[in-house]
Structures are given as C-alpha cells and as structure tokens.
Design a protein around this ligand. Sequence first.
Ligand SMILES: [Zn+2]
Length: 180
Amino acid sequence: MQGLQRFQEGELMIVNEAVAIAEEISSNAYKMSSAEWRGRRYDIKTLADLTPDEVVHGPLAQIIRYVGRKAETSLSSSEYDFYKICLQDHTILSTLKKFPELRLLPFTLYIVTHELIHVIRFSKFLQAFDASAREKILEEARVHEKTQAVLRLAQIPDMGAVFDFYRAWQGPLDDLRDMA
Ligand SMILES: [Zn+2]
C-alpha cells in the first residue's frame, strides 16, 4: 500500500523467524501431526502482499476468510475455507515506536501465534468464523489466554513486555472478515 510504512528487509527477516516459531508452537499446542498441519489452508502476508481491501487501520492483524473452490469441479462440496492472516506492518511499526519496551520478534511472535490459534480453532470447528458479537468477544479472550499459555512455556526473551502490553491494551486488536 502506498504511503503506509512497511517492514524493511531486516525487519522482514525477523518477522519470518517469528512466523516459523509461531507455526511450531501453535501446531505443538494442538498436537497436530505435520501432515495435518500441512493440510491447513492459510497464508500469512505482510503489507507488501495485501490488496487495498485487506488493509485496516487500528488492528495489528486481521484474518480474512476466502472460500476456495477446486478448479476441476464446480460442485459446492469441493469448496474449502482459506484463511489469509494479514499483518498490518504500519500499525505494528507505529506501536513499536509508541511502546519502546516492545521488541519486534516477540511482538510479532505473539500476534502470529494468536492468529494461528484462531485459524486452528476455526478449522477444527472449535469456533465458528461467523459467531455472534458476544461469542467473538469470548473467543478473543480464550485465544489470548491460550496464546499466553503456550508462549509462557516457550520462554521467549523479552516476551514479558508483550504480555504487559496486552494486559494493558487488550481489546479488539484484531478483526475477522469474510470474502467470497
Ligand atoms: Zn484474535
């Protein structure tokens, strides 16, 4: 997106590292086999790979659900959900500037782990994507709780500041949207 601050090369390397750790931590947390994990249909993208529709102002990330269709047939039974985790570089970077005790690696590790836990719970039908507003708030609290539990076990350096940040600012920090 033009005009919005994006992750630079060095930052992207750190974000990639955070994504790799987040994938490992969250698949372990739900005891998923590697085949099961590879079968998850999701992608994680930064601002450079987002369409204007996928950019939001406020949340650090959002999950968009797309309905995929296998090319060879148009039967509705061949439809599948695909989740795109859209990291909002500009908001993550401005938050880091505002809260200098936050570090990019643990902060993005928290954000991505949180989003992956949402995706795992949707795809295991532990939670409906289009739940009521009240149910979404309850789910948000559950996902934060689970995120913190698994990250605490992983003992990531500088994660304490991230937990403090979420304790103080916890709210509608991400956003779920549907697109056909
Ligand atoms: Zn969430």
